[in-house]
Design a protein around this ligand. Structure first.
Ligand code: KIV
Length: 271
C-alpha cells in the first residue's frame, strides 16, 4: 500500500470537526480503483465502499446477497486508488448481526486486510452494543438509519421512512443511541427533511444525508446513480451530474460502426 506523503489524509476527527466548523461534508461511493482515483483527485471528503456495489457492479436485485469476500475485493481495489479521502467500508448483511465476535472479526478484516479506516453498519438501538464494542477497540463506526436497504423485506420496499410520528420518534432516539455508543457520524437515508434537520441540529456528530434534504451536515450519493450509469431506477433524491450510460452507448455504437465499416483502425492507428 503506497500513500503519497505530500497529500494530507482526511481523518475521522477531521470529519467530526467539519460539523463544528459548519463545513459541508461530501461523500460518494466507489468500488474500483479508477473510480476511486478520479473521486479522490476531485477532492471528495469520504469514499464509501457501499454494499450498493452488489447492485451496481454485480447486478444483484438488492444488497442482501453481498458477501464479506466481495466487499473485501471492492475495498482493496478502492484503497489502491486513494491518497486523501477517508475510506469507509460498508459491512454487508450478516457480517455484524450474528454476534459481537463476528462483527469485531469482520470489521477488523476491513481495516487489517483492505486498509479501510472506518466501517458503516445499518440500524439503531439493535446495533448499539456492536457499535460500542467496535469503537472501544478503535474501529470508527458510521451509523445508518432511516431507509436501511438490508431491511427492505421488513419494510416491504424502498419507501420513505419516518413520515409517521412513531417511527420519526424512534429514528431520533436511534440517532442519540448511536451517538452515545460512539458512532462518529450517521447516514440518514430517505427520511423527511424536517426530521433530518431535527436529528442534525440535536446531534454533536455529523449526519450525512441521502434523500434527507439539505440540512444534513453532509451528502452522499451512489456514484453510479449521480453519473447516470445505473439506469434500472432513479429515485427522486438522485441528481444526474452526467449521463455516462448514454455517453457509453454512443461510444460503443461509434466503435461498432467504425469496425463494421473498416473505419477503425486508420493508417495512423496502425504500425
Ligand atoms: O451502500 C451504499 O452505497 C450506502 C449509501 C447509499 C449510503 O449505504
Amino acid at each position: 500500500m503506497s500513500i503519497n506523503k505530500n497529500v494530507k489524509k482526511i481523518t475521522v476527527p477531521e470529519i467530526v470537526n467539519m460539523k463544528k466548523q459548519g463545513e459541508k461534508i461530501t461523500a460518494l461511493t466507489a468500488y474500483d480503483v479508477l473510480m476511486a482515483q478520479i473521486l479522490d483527485d476531485s477532492g471528495i471528503d469520504i469514499i464509501l465502499v457501499g454494499d450498493s456495489g452488489g447492485m451496481v457492479m454485480a447486478g444483484y436485485e438488492n444488497t442482501l446477497a453481498v458477501t464479506m469476500e466481495e466487499m473485501l475485493f471492492y475495498c482493496k481495489s478502492v484503497r489502491r486508488g486513494v491518497k486523501r479521502a477517508l475510506l469507509i467500508a460498508d459491512m454487508p448483511f450478516l457480517s455484524y448481526q450474528t454476534s459481537i465476535e463476528e462483527a469485531i472479526k469482520n470489521a477488523g478484516r476491513f481495516l487489517q486486510e483492505a486498509g479501510m479506516e472506518a466501517v458503516k453498519i445499518e440500524g439503531g438501538k439493535a446495533v448499539k452494543d456492536i457499535v460500542k464494542k467496535l469503537v472501544g477497540f478503535g474501529v470508527p463506526v458510521m451509523g445508518h438509519i432511516g431507509l436501511t436497504p438490508q431491511s427492505i423485506h421488513q419494510f416491504g420496499g424502498y419507501g420513505l421512512r419516518g413520515k409517521d410520528d412513531q417511527i420519526a420518534k424512534q429514528l431520533l432516539e436511534d440517532a442519540f443511541i448511536l451517538q452515545e455508543a460512539g458512532a462518529f457520524s450517521i447516514v440518514l437515508e430517505k427520511i423527511p427533511s424536517a426530521l433530518a434537520k431535527e436529528i442534525t441540529n440535536n446531534l454533536d456528530i455529523p449526519t450525512i444525508g441521502i434523500g434527507a434534504g439539505k440540512d444534513c451536515d453532509g451528502q452522499i450519493l451512489v456514484s453510479h446513480d449521480m453519473l447516470g450509469l445505473y439506469e434500472k431506477f432513479k429515485p427522486k433524491f438522485v441528481r444526474h451530474y452526467a449521463e455516462l450510460g448514454k455517453s457509453m452507448r454512443e461510444a460503443f455504437n461509434g466503435y461498432i460502426n467504425d469496425v463494421k465499416n473498416t473505419k477503425f483502425p486508420s493508417e495512423d492507428e496502425s504500425y
